[in-house]
Design a protein around this ligand. Structure first.
Ligand code: AHR
Length: 499
């Protein structure tokens, strides 16, 4: 049985836990909005048409910030279509996802939905196919209190209070050939800088996110960040990262170590941003908004896309059904985001409902939790205070994609009255015996020890078996004289809370 040991030192603080790390992403894509969080005929729907069973699950998930309305969708979007009397809103073709957009849910409805789940709105503007003025108009409509044409229009549309959106994305994945209106780094950097400068003339306290690379594998990665920031450094606050992982060619060992790539991705983006900052002799630091991350079976999606021909409303797209192994990878990625809390201060799990999502729904039917729901909701609930850098002694294993990987990975958080340790065992077949020295934290009681694992690492939750996979108490955890011991099953994710 592999043995691992972890030392935790209360003084080894990386940074505070940022609540925005537990953000999600809602795009007008497939059944995320329509027949997902919005279904007027559903028995649980409220007067706005929002499903309250979904609201309950989103609250349990613990999403703090929601990025909206895209994604690729935003690059063909006219925000004006989605406000005002619903019966007058136009139906448009969404080229990004080859579907029809009814615009029945727009900014004002979505802001009301956010109040139900008590989360912050993070809004994306279309810099790809529109321009500075529509972005400024949207900002005025969303945030200006009253007394201007667009703020008064918002009030007339039933939103008397400004939405007060703080974080804004300057487009989406502008480096990708799949993006409507994609650009070179130079072209995008200039447009992003001008758009950001104009938005900050309206409100200097906005937090603006410039698009980084759509993935670390894209050939322009690194150069893109450098060029874009050379143009926009003084006007923006964040650079985005997007990363999706999947198990390829049956190589589960590499897949379980995906967080290593995420780690490298973040380090490279931070180094590039700091390089540009240094060249500019700027004292300002650009942080990372990791505003799309997840497991996504992209290869299967790309193959199925070839068969799209008709234009449909809310077609079933990207409805990946997640396994236990996927949940372990998601839990591990969230650990990596926490590990980088000194520079990753905002993140969004992509996406929230039905579309590569932790929550699934059936029209007229139930809503349920995917396997990936659990590591996210438990981490969002338990992580608080400061993130601690653990010293991990663990056996390694070789992966084809990421070099040597640690069998056990860990991160910890500590607050005044509690601490939490998050763990994965990436071993494919063997449990790991782990000891953790927690003396420095000063807590003596295990409040909770929860593990997600299964004899079948490909077990899933489905409409027919909604609770097939769920986390369970880990009865092997003990804490004596500041030494915590626990057995981690193979391919598992675990959270331990101490108080
Ligand atoms: O989340 C699905 C899609 O992935 C988003 O629309 C896009 O930004 C990314 O390529």
């Amino acid at each position: 049985m592999p043995r691992a040991h972890i030392e935790l030192d209360k003084r080894a603080v990386i940074a505070p836990v940022h609540r925005r790390t537990f953000g999600s992403f809602v795009e007008h894509l497939g059944r995320c909005v329509y027949d997902g969080l919005y279904e007027p005929g559903h028995p649980s729907a409220d007067e706005d048409g929002f499903r309250l069973d979904v609201v309950r699950l989103v609250k349990e998930l613990g999403s703090t910030t929601i990025r909206y309305p895209g994604g690729n969708f935003v690059s063909g979007f006219r925000w004006e279509d989605s406000v005002g009397p619903r019966e007058q809103r136009p139906v448009r073709r969404d080229l990004a996802w080859h579907s029809l957009e009814s615009n029945q849910v727009g900014l004002d409805e979505f802001a009301r939905w956010l109040r139900l789940i008590d989360a912050e709105l993070m809004l994306a503007v279309n810099v790809a196919t529109r321009g500075i003025l529509p972005a400024l108009d949207l900002l005025e409509y969303a945030n200006h209190p009253s007394g201007t044409t667009l703020s008064d229009l918002r009030i007339a549309n039933g939103s008397p209070e400004p939405h007060n959106v703080r974080m804004w994305c300057l487009g989406n994945e502008m480096d990708g050939s799949w993006q409507t209106g994609f650009m070179t780094a130079d072209d995008y950097g200039k447009i992003a800088a001008r758009t950001a400068a104009a938005m900050k003339m309206a409100d200097k306290d906005l937090e603006l996110v410039v698009c980084g690379s759509s993935g670390s594998a894209i050939s322009t990665f690194g150069d893109w960040e450098r060029t874009v920031l050379e143009h926009s450094y003084d006007y923006v606050d964040y650079i985005s990262c997007h990363a999706y992982y999947e198990e390829l060619d049956g190589d589960l060992g590499s897949f379980l170590a995906s967080a290593i790539d995420m780690d490298y991705f973040i380090d490279t983006v931070v180094a590039t941003a700091d390089h540009v900052g240094y060249k500019k002799r700027s004292s300002k630091k650009i942080n990372v908004s990791f505003d799309e991350w997840n497991v996504w079976y992209l290869k299967a999606h790309q193959e199925s896309q070839k068969t799209y021909d008709e234009w449909r409303y809310a077609p079933r797209q990207l409805e990946d059904v997640y396994t236990v192994a996927d949940a372990v990878v998601v839990g591990n990625m969230l650990m990596t985001l926490l590990k980088h809390s000194d520079r990753v201060t905002s993140a969004s799990l992509a996406q929230l409902v039905n579309v590569i999502a932790p929550i699934m729904t059936e029209p007229g039917g139930p809503a349920w939790r995917q396997t990936t729901f659990y590591p996210f909701s438990i981490t969002s609930r338990l992580a608080s205070g400061d993130v601690l850098r653990p010293v991990i002694q663990s056996p390694q294993y070789e992966t084809a994609q990421h070099g040597d990987a640690s069998v056990v990975d860990a991160i910890a958080t500590v607050d005044e009255d509690r601490a939490a340790v998050f763990l994965v065992n990436r071993h494919l077949t063997e449990p790991a015996q782990l000891s953790i020295d927690v003396r420095s934290l000063g807590f003596s009681r295990i409040a909770e020890a929860t593990t997600l694992s299964d004899a079948d690492v490909y077990a899933k939750n489905t409409l027919e078996a909604q609770c097939r996979v769920a986390p369970a108490a880990n009865g092997t955890a003990t804490l004596d004289d500041g030494m915590l011991t626990i057995e981690l099953p193979p391919v598992s994710w675990t959270a331990i809370a101490l108080n």
